[in-house]
Design a protein around this ligand. Structure first.
Ligand code: FCB
Length: 478
């Protein structure tokens, strides 16, 4: 499948469309043991033999903790109207305990620096870095973690709520729950279907508790969550087995989070699929009302879709880091579903480039979920890793990444033209950074980072994106 509808001409976006770039605390900050910060589950996981390529960790990362002012100036140079960053729980509440003023002060200074440059802070409270001490007490499989998360959210709002008006609770709870507790691909590296499902419910509960608590403090705040989405298509749409395989993936990837949040109930088919693994044992009276507390914004992270079949693929598509520690499927109950390659161009991650999947995803979200609920959509992550080749001056002519952004922005514009209420777009990522189990082996930045010198060099895609942000227009393709 290619991009059938997009034009190649100049495309103007609606007035006020918000242009930004995203990062996450563990991927860029470094200073992992400075200013009172203690270990998160990623500090621990990076040390597990064979869990991360070359045992890379976030000890230094992009050193944004020390280079924050220069990075914000760079954002301003690139005409970014907003910066999506996450706060590190173990920096502001070491070991998940009392508030650490030094940690809070870092984010307070970051927010002031952004506002001083006219850049809107877009704050995410949780991008996968649970304090290790809370993992030692059961992590997200322990219901109490949801209440600790709400306490952390309130503390952050107390400190920054006078200057930050967009609050995202979680980034991609699917990854936290199922890559972390079922597949073992991400921290904390556990591998049971039961664990992933318990974590999913408690992440959702933490989200709802935080939304309620911040709403009470600031009724006018813009509250939301970011989910990552798949667009699973049956390999053969006329084959009932392939249709069923696509349903399984859609249920356990997309709807298991979407429906509790936006419809107030877990999907019945998903509950039936995962029945042996105890999800309902964790659901108490009143939980779904908390989880479905009204939100204002749904963040959409989209990288690619997939073709799904009930038959194994001759050669399964890539995507996971080639680590030596054994991992499992992230899906608690999708043993009969197999991902197939469609022969589309792939990024360095092995992910197929499928821009039209983003248009279909946005139209579906608007029609079935966010439109009826009066919730706005923002693309909070989209981007691509490629094997960049810098010139002697560090400049990267990253034509493939630029093309990826161009095609996906055209796909977003198609959705806008179809009536979808999508109000902004964040490139993933501002900087090359720590790509989880891949360590520093995948580069997603629009800005190159030389990890030996920490020198930042905007790539061709950054210069192109800066012009898009400035003019609110995607230029015609050559
Ligand atoms: C998303 C994560 C982000 C980054 C991109 C490539 O799943 O939210 O941190 O790793 O993938």
């Amino acid at each position: 499948m290619t991009n059938p509808t997009s034009s190649t001409g100049t495309l103007a976006f609606p007035p006020g469309f918000l242009w930004g770039a995203a990062t996450a605390a563990y991927q860029v900050e470094g200073a992992a043991h400075e200013g009172g910060r203690t270990d998160s589950i990623w500090d621990t996981f990076a040390k597990v033999p064979g869990a991360v390529l070359d045992a890379h960790d976030g000890e230094v990362a992009c050193d944004q903790y020390h280079r924050m002012a220069a990075d914000v100036a760079l954002m301003a140079d690139l005409n970014l109207a907003t910066y999506r960053f996450s706060t590190s729980w173990s920096r502001v509440r070491p070991d998940g305990g009392a508030v650490n003023p030094t940690g809070v002060d870092y984010y307070s200074r970051l927010v002031d620096e952004l506002l001083g440059h006219g850049i809107k802070p877009w704050l995410t409270l949780y991008h996968w870095d649970l304090p290790q001490a809370l993992e030692d007490a059961g992590g997200w499989t322990n219901r109490d973690t949801a209440y600790r998360f709400a306490e952390y959210a309130i503390g952050m709002h107390e400190a920054l709520g006078d200057r930050v008006d967009v609050w995202t609770t979680m980034n991609e709870p699917w990854c936290s729950a199922f890559l972390g507790y079922t597949a073992g691909v991400h921290a904390p590296g556990r591998q049971t279907p039961e664990g992933g499902l318990a974590a999913a419910h408690h992440l959702l509960l933490g989200h709802g508790l935080a939304v309620q608590a911040i709403r009470e403090r600031a009724p006018e705040a813009n509250l939301g969550i970011t989910l990552n989405f798949d667009v699973p298509d049956p390999l053969d749409p006329t084959d009932p087995g392939d249709v069923e395989a696509a349903r399984l993936i859609d249920g356990q990837f997309n709807r298991i989070f979407l429906e509790p949040i936006l419809l107030g109930a877990y999907p019945a088919d998903v509950l039936a699929d995962v029945a042996p693994f105890g999800l309902l044992d964790h659901v108490r009276d009143g939980d779904l009302e908390i989880i479905s507390a009204k939100i204002d914004t749904l963040g959409v992270n989209y990288y690619h879709g997939q073709a799904v079949s009930c038959r194994p693929a001759p050669q399964a598509p890539g995507g996971e880091a080639p680590v030596t520690r054994p991992t499992s499927s992230p899906f608690p109950a999708a043993a009969g579903a197999f991902s197939h390659s469609r022969g589309l161009p792939v990024t360095a991650m092995g992910w197929e480039v499928q821009p039209e999947g983003l248009t279909r995803l946005l139209v579906r979200l608007q029609e079935d979920y966010t439109g009826p609920a009066g919730v706005a959509l923002y693309i909070t992550e989209n981007g691509a890793a490629y094997d960049d080749v810098p010139g002697a001056d560090g400049f990267v002519q990253d034509d493939e990444r630029l093309e990826y952004f161009d095609l996906h922005l055209r796909a977003v514009h198609d959705a806008v033209a179809a009536g979808v209420d999508v109000r902004g777009y964040f490139a993933w990522s501002l900087l090359d950074n720590y790509e989880w189990a891949w360590g520093y082996h995948q580069r997603f930045g629009i800005v190159r980072v030389d990890f030996d010198t920490q020198v930042r060099t905007p790539k061709a895609s950054a210069l192109w994106y800066a012009a898009v942000a400035k003019t609110n227009t995607v230029p015609a393709r050559d």
